[in-house]
Design a protein around this ligand. Sequence first.
Ligand code: GLN
Length: 484
Amino acid sequence: MDLTNLTIPEIRSALTSRRASAEEIVRAHLVKIEERDREIHAYLTLSPERALAKAREIDHLVASGAPLPPLAGVPIAIKDVILTRGVRTTCASRILDNYIPPYDATAVERLEAAGACLLGKTNCDEFAMGSSTENSGYGPTRNPHDLERVPGGSSGGSAAAVAARLATAALGSDTGGSIRQPAAFCETVGMMGTYGRVSRYGLVAFASSLDHIGPFARTVRDVALVLRTIAGRDPNDSTSADIPVPDYVAALDESVRGLRIGVPGEYFAGLNAEIADNLQKGIDLLARLGCQIKSVRLPHTEYAIACYYIIATAEASSNLARYDGVRYGVRSTGYRDLREMYEKTRNRGFGAEVKRRIMLGTHVLSSGYYDAYYLKAQKVRTLLARDFVQAFEEVDAVVTPTSPIPPFKIGERIDDPLQMYLTDIYTVTADLAGVPGISVPCGRTRSLPHLPVGMQLLGKHFDEASLLCIAHAFEQAGGFAAGS
Ligand code: GLN
């Protein structure tokens, strides 16, 4: 039995039947990381002692016959923008090279309380700004399915770790697509709940009105299990919603027959032919499962990228003001006065993309331009959100491609920021509207080298359950399982 290949229910049955111990499961992952992560570079920091201590705790529970918590012995990886007490958290930025958080994010605390074993912290674009993980201050992560290609971003390390069996599940963050797009590129399942569904206490802020924490796994059921654990009100995050969390796992087995699924024409116009082909097959499959397919309109979609890159950079420029060499992380040496200390620290500590965003964000917020850019973008955001509310009067979910293109080669887009920004076209809308989204594998491209394609499902506010239910039925019927 390959212990790195197990799903969460399989881990549970291996433990309860005593076919494997939690310690063996964790060690199998650590060995695999040792073997494979040199080439993939999914992890920035490993926490083997912490994972093994938790595994031994679980093994004691098994031995004593006590009931096991829901994620007992599940090896997990955490994106390095999420705080872990005592374990270095860099945000893939040199400015936080030495930062050791004094507390755990709520999502991490809940996962460990549910029995999960924290293997380490995963690589990402610096401060989650990017779509390829090439903006990491520590070098890129490679796509496990094709090492010359990017794993997507910004949570590329989490997606790659799960795809390569270097973790069973992982947490990522999504501000404009950073969970769903790498999930699609690495042929895994990735989900972002409704804004406010999962506490962001301990998530390093990028753009606070858009940031989410969410899970990656190789099956929809595993994603549901992780989401169920991390979702729900947290008094430490005032934006977390006080709305009961349904049993996402029970929802998987509901029927999808009769559910109305909308196809927004705006997301298919001029689409890459191979992605369009896979999506059409996916939509046909949803129809065969009994879903009612309808066309819907999301008319403001064309403004989404511009709107996102104004709001996200504006918020980022404000959030990143705190890295001043005094409160957190690295301080540059050789300065004459305070101002020079700030300048040297920020100039050396931040990478090019982060600096670009700070400048763009400062510009759109500056007094002469605020109305023309920031205020206008906020109005457009309202229109985009209204598009979804109106579409959801007619349908229960919307289906779209996750990414307009398949995983691209490392280096191919990095010198053209606009091209990179445009890859987020299908994902930023859900963050702007605050609606939940999931990406599930939808086959491979027909031409060599047969790259993964993702299908995105977007749903009503706080209706993650329908998305999980549809995605699960699709996964079960399609043979589109990850890694196949
Ligand atoms: N690719 C988008 C960006 O660079 C989204 C990033 C994210 O979701 N964290 O802003």
